[in-house]
Design a protein around this ligand. Structure first.
Ligand code: UT7
Length: 332
């Protein structure tokens, strides 16, 4: 029987047009461009200012770009998985809204909530449907509208996040391109260090909750920082060891974009040249589930068929991991 691997065959990315700069934030809270740049590497982030635009709309734009580049009709999609922590609504899921908006009539879909590891988990999940032979074409989307869950009076979080979406198309490869292996982990004891407490069954939204601001994102930055560096470095180490990968074999590291200092720490830990570590945090901030596909979208023209990519992410849950993928085409 033919063994299929799940290759990425196209990439799309989209961010809203409005930009929130460090200077803008310095007028809103007690912060400065100097502090934000030196502590995070972020200069600006894109955010949705118009009412009525949601995670599905950003996702739709990213998917349309990916489909167009591959010359693929929406009717060819078998499955769409959307990683998001800012879905349009609690019910229904955002994946099915994206499928409806792009006119994909022969597909099914569902969402994955794994915070900043969402895209990594969704990529690995989507690949299973290709590898099993059940589906031929799977779309994986990461889309988050973080501006809807950020408290713009809290200087410790409002400087970090931006809105955006990215999407990839997965197709069966008989030549071994695509996803090779993933190390994925979770540790629910980290739930008190990074969360959005209200809006679920534990803490339904009431007037009291709104006053207490529990519907906004909270994080214990220092603890999360340490856990993120350890988690991502450990997962990469394990992935490299069990796939016999030396650092010289790796063409690109594709890391979650939460903090430039975290990205640098991973590069240093691996003793890996920083010019081969994808970094676009300066212009987007942390777009949660969208960071990895937005990196691919920005760096696609530099990618070559056969390049070995190592993805890594860490996020609320805690959730984290690393994936090893062989790139399937020369970027244009
Ligand atoms: O994507 C999901 C995973 N998330 C992450 O990986 C994020 C991990 N954490 C981080 O990136 C960093 O911890 C932060 C960027 C959030 C914070 O950086 P830090 O170097 O850990 O700063 P800190 O929290 O230790 O704060 C240092 C000081 C404090 O003042 P005192 O107590 O020393 O007087 C803060 O109050 O900086 C202050 N501070 C700020 N000052 C100016 C905190 N935020 C700001 C701000 N502007 N925006």
């Amino acid at each position: 029987m033919t063994k299929f691997t799940a290759a990425i065959t196209s990439v799309g990315g989209y961010v809203p047009k409005d930009i929130l700069t460090n200077e803008d934030l310095a007028k809103m809270v007690d912060t400065s461009d100097e502090w934000i740049t030196s502590r995070t590497g972020i200069k600006e982030r894109h955010i949705i200012k118009e009412k009525g635009i949601a995670a599905s709309d950003l996702g739709v734009e990213a998917v349309k770009i990916a489909l167009e580049k591959r010359n693929m009709d929406p009717s060819e999609i078998d499955l769409l998985i959307c990683a998001t922590i800012s879905p349009d609504m609690r019910v229904p899921d955002t994946a099915n809204t994206i499928l409806d908006k792009i006119g994909a009539k022969n597909a099914w879909g569902f969402d994955i909530n794994a915070a900043c590891s969402g895209f990594l988990f969704a990529l690995t999940t989507g690949a299973q449907f290709i590898e099993s032979g059940m589906h031929k074409k799977v779309v994986v989307v990461g889309s988050d509208v973080m501006s809807t869950v950020v408290d713009y009076t809290d200087r410790t979080t409002c400087i970090l996040f931006g809105d955006g979406a990215g999407a990839v198309i997965l197709e069966a490869s008989e030549e071994g391109f695509g996803l090779q292996d993933s190390v994925l982990r979770g540790d629910g004891s980290g739930r008190n260090m990074l969360n959005i407490k209200a809006g679920g069954s534990l803490m339904p939204i009431t007037n009291e909750i709104l006053e207490g601001k529990d519907m906004y994102i909270y994080q214990d930055g220092k603890s999360v920082f340490k856990a993120a560096v350890n988690g991502m470095s450990g997962a990469i180490n394990q992935l490299m060891a069990r796939n016999d990968l030396a650092k010289e074999d790796i063409s690109w590291i594709v890391p979650h974009q939460a903090n430039k200092r975290i990205i640098n720490s991973i590069g240093e830990y691996l003793d890996f040249p920083m010019e081969k570590v994808m970094t676009n945090i300066a212009k987007y901030g942390n777009t949660t589930a969208a960071t990895l596909p937005l990196c691919l979208f920005d760096y696609e023209s530099q990618l070559k068929k056969g390049d070995k990519l190592v993805f890594t992410a860490f996020g609320g849950g805690f959730t984290w991991g690393a994936s090893y993928l062989i790139w399937a085409y020369d970027g244009q």
